[in-house]
Each structure stands twice: as structure tokens, then as C-alpha cells.
Write a protein that binds this ligand. Structure first.
Ligand code: MF3
Ligand code: CO
Ligand code: CO
Length: 294
């Protein structure tokens, strides 16, 4: 993600997070100190802003997550099972001195999530065999030196058909647009608005039940980051916020159901769903991915 310089407009939400317009709040006053912002965000929203030492730790975990995704990409082909991918990811994570965050998280039985075709997210690795033309999302969260990073990608197995190409392209572009909106002076609602507007203009739909989340000290921290919503609403984005953006985009309708394993989320209409996720940091100048990929 390229860095972008932004200016907070008079009528934009104040970057101090008060919810007031910038001109009615901190504009012209001495900028709120970092310490003050940290306290405000912790008190009002339970958001723990990250310092540079924390960011370095999350970035290191992020690098391992990306290496794991690369390894899985090289192995995804027709004939492999989702559990084979789990075995590879688990061994690679441990070998690198890290812990797979999903394993035993709220009872989740495996080390990564693998979500094929109509599976939206939280697919449990098992004996499902990948077929030619499948789309395969792998979601990797690793804990390294106590820091969490979370990212996922959707890959093609063999040769994709037109529907597979379309939903993967739209989901990838949704993440890109959401990330571009994650800059100081904007709000959480701006991220969702950009994602939803693009997805729906392409005739696709946005899953509502699962959202992005603060991450770094834990797996799922405040705030929640919906992939739908309205411009200018929600918490103001300030430097030091670290959260995921992870839009789940359906080719058909947005409705889902959860399988009897109590984890696997599938589209109600059985059509394809794709997802991309990165862990991002809001900086003074814009946004930086801590799990950067194109
Ligand atoms: N990695 C998923 C996310 O993006 C969460 C998976 S929870 C698990 O938030 F328990 F299924 F692993
Ligand atoms: Co996540
Ligand atoms: Co994830």
C-alpha cells in the first residue's frame, strides 16, 4: 500500500475522535498529545493504540503470515485436501517460532481457516478435496513474540470459470478500496461505504455478520470494522490504530447460514463467496499495511 498524504478538512470528523467536526473541536488548537489520544481511545472505545515497538512486532508477525500464504499458494491444486493445507501451515508456523492463533480459539479445532467456493469464512480444514476451478480462501493468523497479525487471500485451483474470476476480482478490489479509505480524518464508516458501494455496483453483495477488527495484542480487539455503512459515521481514524479489513463478498445474495459444526459459514443461495484480508495501520499520513500484498 502506497502512503498517501491527507489533510483534515474543516468539516471532516476531528482526528481526536470526539465525533465533532474538526472546526468545532481541535482545529487551530494545539494538537491533542499522543498520550491524551491514547487515553481517550482506550476510555471511550476500548481501542488500544499501538506504539512503534508494537507496530514492529505486528509487522514481523505479518511477514510470517505472508510467507505462510505464499507457501499455501504454491500447494493449492486439484487433489489436495483442505487438511493438507492445515498441516503445512501448522508445521511452517511452529518452525518459525510462532503459534497459529485459530487453534483452540473458542474451540476452533484447526490452525487455519480454509473456505472453498460457497463457504464464506471459518471453513474447518478436513477431508474436502480441492477440484479444478475451485476458489480457495486461506486465512492465516499467527502469534509471534506475543503479537498477532491476520491476513487472508482467495486463490484459484486449476482453471477458474467466469464466476470465479469475477467474485475474486471484486473482493480483491473491495479490500483495496477499503484500505484507501483508512486514513486519519476519515471514519470507520468511510471504509465500509467504499466497500459496499463498489461491491453492489458490480452486482455483488456484502456479508454483514462478520466484520474486520482491531488486532495486535489479541486476535479480536475493538473496534469492529463493518464492510458496509455510511460515509462519515462511526469512530474517527487516528494514527496508531491497527485493525483488519476483510470484506466477504458474495456473487449472489448476502444471506448466510452456519453449518452444524457451528463454524462454517456458507452462502444461503449456494453461490460463490470470496474474501481478502490485511492488517493495516493508520499513520499520520495515511495507511500502511502490516501484511502488505497487492
Ligand atoms: N482469521 C479470522 C478473522 O479474520 C478469524 C478466524 S476465528 C477461527 O478474523 F477461530 F475460526 F479461527
Ligand atoms: Co480477521
Ligand atoms: Co483472518
Amino acid at each position: 500500500m502506497k502512503m498517501k498524504t491527507v489533510k483534515v478538512g474543516r468539516n471532516d470528523p476531528c482526528p481526536c475522535g470526539s465525533g465533532l467536526k474538526h472546526k468545532k473541536c481541535c482545529l487551530g488548537k494545539s494538537a491533542p498529545g499522543i498520550v491524551e489520544l491514547e487515553e481517550t481511545y482506550a476510555r471511550k472505545y476500548r481501542i488500544r493504540l499501538k506504539k512503534s515497538v508494537d507496530i514492529e512486532g505486528i509487522r514481523k508477525a505479518g511477514r510470517l503470515v505472508l510467507d505462510t500464504l505464499d507457501l499455501l499458494e504454491s500447494e493449492i491444486k486439484p487433489g489436495i485436501t483442505t487438511d493438507d493445507l492445515n498441516t503445512l501451515a501448522h508445521a511452517f508456523t511452529i518452525k518459525n517460532g510462532a503459534t497459529p492463533a485459530p487453534l483452540k480459539y473458542r474451540g476452533f479445532p484447526k490452525s487455519i481457516c480454509v473456505s472453498v467456493n460457497e463457504v464464506i469464512c471459518h471453513g474447518i480444514p478436513g477431508n474436502r478435496v480441492i477440484s479444478d476451478g475451485d476458489i480457495v480462501n486461506v486465512d492465516v493468523t499467527s502469534i509471534l513474540d506475543g503479537y498477532y497479525a491476520d491476513a487472508n487471500k482467495t486463490f484459484f485451483a486449476g482453471t477458474p470459470g467466469p464466476d470465479a474470476r469475477k467474485i475474486v476480482d471484486v473482493a480483491r478490489e473491495c479490500l483495496r478500496r477499503g484500505m484507501s479509505a483508512a486514513e486519519p480524518g476519515n471514519t470507520i464508516g468511510d471504509i465500509g461505504w467504499h466497500i459496499q458501494t463498489y461491491a453492489e455496483a458490480q452486482g455483488c453483495s456484502v456479508v454483514r455478520e462478520f466484520v474486520g477488527h482491531g488486532v495486535g495484542f489479541g486476535f479480536h480487539e475493538a473496534p469492529q470494522v463493518p464492510h458496509f455503512g455510511h460515509k462519515g459515521t462511526g469512530i474517527g481514524l487516528v494514527p496508531g490504530m491497527v485493525f483488519t479489513i476483510e470484506p466477504m463478498i458474495n456473487l449472489g445474495k448476502k444471506e448466510l447460514r452456519i453449518l452444524d459444526d457451528n463454524w462454517t459459514a456458507v452462502t444461503k443461495d449456494g453461490r460463490l463467496s470470496a474474501q481478502f484480508e490485511q492488517t493495516v495501520l493508520v499513520t499520520e499520513n495515511g495507511v500502511e499495511s502490516l501484511t502488505p500484498y497487492e
